[in-house]
Design a protein around this ligand. Structure first.
Ligand code: GLN
Length: 240
Protein backbone atom coordinates (compact mmCIF):
# COMPACT_ATOMS: atom_id res chain seq x y z
CA UNK A 1 0.00 0.00 0.00
CA UNK A 2 1.35 3.50 -0.76
CA UNK A 3 2.35 5.87 2.03
CA UNK A 4 1.47 9.57 2.09
CA UNK A 5 4.52 11.50 3.25
CA UNK A 6 3.51 14.90 4.62
CA UNK A 7 5.79 17.72 5.67
CA UNK A 8 4.43 20.59 7.78
CA UNK A 9 6.23 23.87 7.27
CA UNK A 10 6.76 25.95 10.43
CA UNK A 11 3.99 24.12 12.36
CA UNK A 12 4.64 25.94 15.65
CA UNK A 13 4.48 29.38 13.99
CA UNK A 14 1.89 28.87 11.26
CA UNK A 15 -1.13 27.42 13.05
CA UNK A 16 -3.35 30.38 13.85
CA UNK A 17 -6.73 28.59 13.85
CA UNK A 18 -5.56 25.11 14.82
CA UNK A 19 -4.76 24.61 11.16
CA UNK A 20 -2.73 21.57 12.17
CA UNK A 21 -6.13 19.83 12.33
CA UNK A 22 -5.71 19.47 8.57
CA UNK A 23 -2.89 17.01 9.21
CA UNK A 24 -5.07 14.96 11.56
CA UNK A 25 -7.65 14.58 8.79
CA UNK A 26 -5.10 13.54 6.19
CA UNK A 27 -3.73 10.97 8.63
CA UNK A 28 -7.16 9.58 9.49
CA UNK A 29 -8.35 9.38 5.87
CA UNK A 30 -5.15 7.49 4.94
CA UNK A 31 -5.21 5.14 7.92
CA UNK A 32 -8.90 4.31 7.55
CA UNK A 33 -8.07 3.06 4.06
CA UNK A 34 -4.99 1.12 5.10
CA UNK A 35 -2.64 3.61 3.43
CA UNK A 36 0.61 4.49 5.18
CA UNK A 37 1.06 7.96 6.63
CA UNK A 38 4.29 9.70 7.61
CA UNK A 39 4.49 13.17 9.05
CA UNK A 40 7.53 15.35 9.55
CA UNK A 41 8.15 19.05 9.97
CA UNK A 42 10.59 21.70 8.82
CA UNK A 43 10.88 24.97 10.70
CA UNK A 44 13.27 27.92 10.89
CA UNK A 45 16.77 27.23 9.52
CA UNK A 46 15.89 23.62 8.62
CA UNK A 47 16.55 22.55 5.04
CA UNK A 48 13.91 20.80 2.97
CA UNK A 49 14.33 17.62 0.92
CA UNK A 50 12.24 18.11 -2.22
CA UNK A 51 11.95 14.37 -2.85
CA UNK A 52 11.17 13.16 0.66
CA UNK A 53 7.53 14.29 0.77
CA UNK A 54 4.38 13.98 -1.30
CA UNK A 55 2.51 16.89 0.30
CA UNK A 56 3.87 20.08 1.83
CA UNK A 57 1.56 21.92 4.18
CA UNK A 58 1.61 25.36 5.77
CA UNK A 59 -1.11 26.92 7.94
CA UNK A 60 -2.08 30.48 8.77
CA UNK A 61 -0.11 32.90 10.89
CA UNK A 62 0.09 36.32 12.42
CA UNK A 63 1.93 39.10 10.61
CA UNK A 64 4.75 39.12 13.18
CA UNK A 65 5.42 35.39 12.79
CA UNK A 66 5.16 35.67 9.02
CA UNK A 67 8.15 38.03 9.01
CA UNK A 68 10.57 35.39 10.29
CA UNK A 69 8.92 32.65 8.25
CA UNK A 70 8.96 34.63 4.98
CA UNK A 71 12.67 35.37 5.15
CA UNK A 72 13.57 31.85 6.24
CA UNK A 73 11.42 30.23 3.59
CA UNK A 74 12.88 32.38 0.81
CA UNK A 75 16.42 31.55 1.95
CA UNK A 76 16.24 27.90 3.00
CA UNK A 77 13.22 26.32 1.33
CA UNK A 78 12.42 28.16 -1.92
CA UNK A 79 14.52 25.99 -4.23
CA UNK A 80 13.29 22.70 -2.73
CA UNK A 81 9.66 23.83 -2.89
CA UNK A 82 10.04 24.65 -6.59
CA UNK A 83 11.65 21.25 -7.25
CA UNK A 84 8.88 19.50 -5.34
CA UNK A 85 6.10 21.41 -7.13
CA UNK A 86 7.76 20.72 -10.50
CA UNK A 87 7.64 16.97 -9.89
CA UNK A 88 3.96 17.18 -8.90
CA UNK A 89 4.10 17.15 -5.11
CA UNK A 90 1.06 18.82 -3.54
CA UNK A 91 1.65 22.14 -1.83
CA UNK A 92 -1.29 23.26 0.33
CA UNK A 93 -1.04 26.63 2.06
CA UNK A 94 -3.69 28.31 4.19
CA UNK A 95 -4.07 32.07 4.75
CA UNK A 96 -0.74 33.36 6.13
CA UNK A 97 0.96 30.45 4.37
CA UNK A 98 -0.96 31.18 1.16
CA UNK A 99 0.20 34.81 1.24
CA UNK A 100 3.82 33.62 1.16
CA UNK A 101 3.40 31.38 -1.91
CA UNK A 102 3.51 34.35 -4.29
CA UNK A 103 5.94 37.18 -4.94
CA UNK A 104 5.48 39.31 -1.85
CA UNK A 105 3.38 40.32 1.13
CA UNK A 106 3.50 44.06 1.64
CA UNK A 107 2.49 45.25 5.07
CA UNK A 108 3.18 48.40 7.03
CA UNK A 109 5.87 49.67 4.68
CA UNK A 110 7.69 46.32 4.72
CA UNK A 111 7.75 43.92 1.77
CA UNK A 112 8.09 40.29 2.82
CA UNK A 113 9.44 37.94 0.16
CA UNK A 114 7.35 35.04 -1.09
CA UNK A 115 8.67 31.84 -2.64
CA UNK A 116 7.25 32.62 -6.11
CA UNK A 117 5.50 29.28 -6.68
CA UNK A 118 2.54 31.20 -8.08
CA UNK A 119 2.02 34.62 -9.61
CA UNK A 120 0.34 36.69 -6.92
CA UNK A 121 0.93 39.60 -4.60
CA UNK A 122 -0.61 40.36 -1.24
CA UNK A 123 -0.99 43.86 0.15
CA UNK A 124 -2.13 45.03 3.56
CA UNK A 125 -4.36 47.90 2.42
CA UNK A 126 -6.32 50.34 4.58
CA UNK A 127 -9.74 48.94 5.37
CA UNK A 128 -11.29 46.38 7.64
CA UNK A 129 -9.99 42.87 8.09
CA UNK A 130 -11.92 40.43 5.92
CA UNK A 131 -13.59 38.19 8.46
CA UNK A 132 -16.40 35.67 8.38
CA UNK A 133 -17.70 32.43 7.02
CA UNK A 134 -16.88 31.86 3.40
CA UNK A 135 -18.04 29.37 0.80
CA UNK A 136 -16.50 28.92 -2.61
CA UNK A 137 -17.08 26.66 -5.58
CA UNK A 138 -13.99 24.88 -6.83
CA UNK A 139 -13.24 22.19 -9.37
CA UNK A 140 -10.26 19.97 -8.66
CA UNK A 141 -11.37 17.41 -11.21
CA UNK A 142 -14.73 15.67 -11.16
CA UNK A 143 -16.87 18.81 -11.36
CA UNK A 144 -17.51 21.84 -9.16
CA UNK A 145 -17.85 21.33 -5.40
CA UNK A 146 -18.25 23.61 -2.42
CA UNK A 147 -15.41 24.39 -0.05
CA UNK A 148 -16.58 25.94 3.20
CA UNK A 149 -14.41 27.73 5.74
CA UNK A 150 -13.71 30.76 7.86
CA UNK A 151 -11.57 33.67 6.72
CA UNK A 152 -9.79 36.33 8.78
CA UNK A 153 -7.16 38.30 6.93
CA UNK A 154 -5.93 41.85 6.69
CA UNK A 155 -3.98 41.20 3.50
CA UNK A 156 -5.65 41.40 0.09
CA UNK A 157 -4.34 39.03 -2.56
CA UNK A 158 -4.22 39.80 -6.28
CA UNK A 159 -3.50 37.08 -8.82
CA UNK A 160 -1.37 37.84 -11.87
CA UNK A 161 -2.89 37.63 -15.35
CA UNK A 162 -3.31 33.99 -16.29
CA UNK A 163 -3.09 32.66 -12.74
CA UNK A 164 -6.13 30.60 -11.80
CA UNK A 165 -8.04 31.05 -8.52
CA UNK A 166 -8.98 28.03 -6.46
CA UNK A 167 -12.63 28.96 -6.71
CA UNK A 168 -15.43 31.44 -7.13
CA UNK A 169 -16.80 33.08 -3.98
CA UNK A 170 -20.38 32.03 -3.23
CA UNK A 171 -20.48 33.82 0.10
CA UNK A 172 -17.79 35.84 1.91
CA UNK A 173 -14.86 38.01 0.84
CA UNK A 174 -12.26 35.80 -0.81
CA UNK A 175 -8.89 37.03 -2.07
CA UNK A 176 -9.54 40.75 -1.97
CA UNK A 177 -13.27 41.42 -1.53
CA UNK A 178 -13.41 42.78 -5.09
CA UNK A 179 -12.97 40.28 -7.84
CA UNK A 180 -15.13 37.43 -6.54
CA UNK A 181 -12.33 34.87 -6.49
CA UNK A 182 -10.69 32.91 -3.72
CA UNK A 183 -7.36 31.20 -3.44
CA UNK A 184 -5.00 30.03 -6.14
CA UNK A 185 -4.60 26.72 -7.98
CA UNK A 186 -1.74 25.93 -10.30
CA UNK A 187 -1.07 22.25 -11.01
CA UNK A 188 -0.83 20.70 -7.54
CA UNK A 189 -0.10 23.98 -5.74
CA UNK A 190 -3.12 25.23 -3.83
CA UNK A 191 -3.48 28.31 -1.66
CA UNK A 192 -6.63 29.41 0.16
CA UNK A 193 -7.74 31.82 2.85
CA UNK A 194 -10.09 29.23 4.33
CA UNK A 195 -9.51 28.00 7.86
CA UNK A 196 -11.95 25.80 9.66
CA UNK A 197 -9.61 24.04 9.76
CA UNK A 198 -10.01 23.53 6.05
CA UNK A 199 -9.90 19.75 5.69
CA UNK A 200 -12.13 18.67 8.63
CA UNK A 201 -14.83 20.88 7.06
CA UNK A 202 -14.22 19.60 3.54
CA UNK A 203 -13.27 15.97 3.68
CA UNK A 204 -13.75 15.51 -0.08
CA UNK A 205 -10.91 17.96 -0.50
CA UNK A 206 -8.69 15.98 1.87
CA UNK A 207 -9.34 12.86 -0.22
CA UNK A 208 -8.68 14.70 -3.46
CA UNK A 209 -5.35 15.98 -2.16
CA UNK A 210 -4.33 12.46 -1.15
CA UNK A 211 -5.22 11.29 -4.67
CA UNK A 212 -3.21 14.07 -6.28
CA UNK A 213 -0.23 13.56 -3.98
CA UNK A 214 -0.05 9.79 -4.51
CA UNK A 215 -1.38 9.61 -8.07
CA UNK A 216 -4.06 7.09 -7.10
CA UNK A 217 -7.85 6.90 -7.01
CA UNK A 218 -9.50 6.39 -3.65
CA UNK A 219 -12.61 4.43 -2.88
CA UNK A 220 -15.20 6.54 -1.04
CA UNK A 221 -15.54 6.12 2.73
CA UNK A 222 -19.03 5.84 4.27
CA UNK A 223 -19.01 9.46 5.53
CA UNK A 224 -18.70 10.89 1.99
CA UNK A 225 -22.48 10.71 1.51
CA UNK A 226 -23.04 12.60 4.76
CA UNK A 227 -20.74 15.35 3.57
CA UNK A 228 -22.50 15.67 0.23
CA UNK A 229 -25.76 16.18 2.14
CA UNK A 230 -24.19 18.80 4.42
CA UNK A 231 -22.84 20.71 1.47
CA UNK A 232 -26.17 20.65 -0.35
CA UNK A 233 -27.81 22.28 2.69
CA UNK A 234 -24.94 24.81 2.97
CA UNK A 235 -25.58 25.82 -0.64
CA UNK A 236 -29.31 26.18 0.01
CA UNK A 237 -28.59 28.32 3.10
CA UNK A 238 -26.25 30.54 1.07
CA UNK A 239 -28.97 30.87 -1.59
CA UNK A 240 -26.86 29.32 -4.36
N1 GLN B 1 -1.48 37.76 9.00
C1 GLN B 1 -2.20 37.56 7.79
C2 GLN B 1 -3.27 38.61 7.59
O1 GLN B 1 -3.80 39.15 8.51
C3 GLN B 1 -2.79 36.16 7.75
C4 GLN B 1 -3.77 35.89 8.83
C5 GLN B 1 -4.21 34.44 8.92
O2 GLN B 1 -3.44 33.52 8.64
N2 GLN B 1 -5.44 34.23 9.37
O3 GLN B 1 -3.61 38.91 6.47
Amino acid sequence: MPTLRVCSLYPELMNIYADRGNIAVLRARCEWRGLGFEHSAASLREPLDANAHDLFYMGGGQDRDQIAVAHDMAETKRVALHEAADRGAVVLAVCGGYQLLGHSYEMGGEELPGVGLVDLRTVREPGPRLIGNCAIEADLGGGPRVIAGFENHGGRTYLGDGERPLGRVLSGHGNNDRDGFEGVHRDNVIGTYLHGPLLPKNIWLADRLIELALGIELEPLPDDDLERGAHASARRAAGV
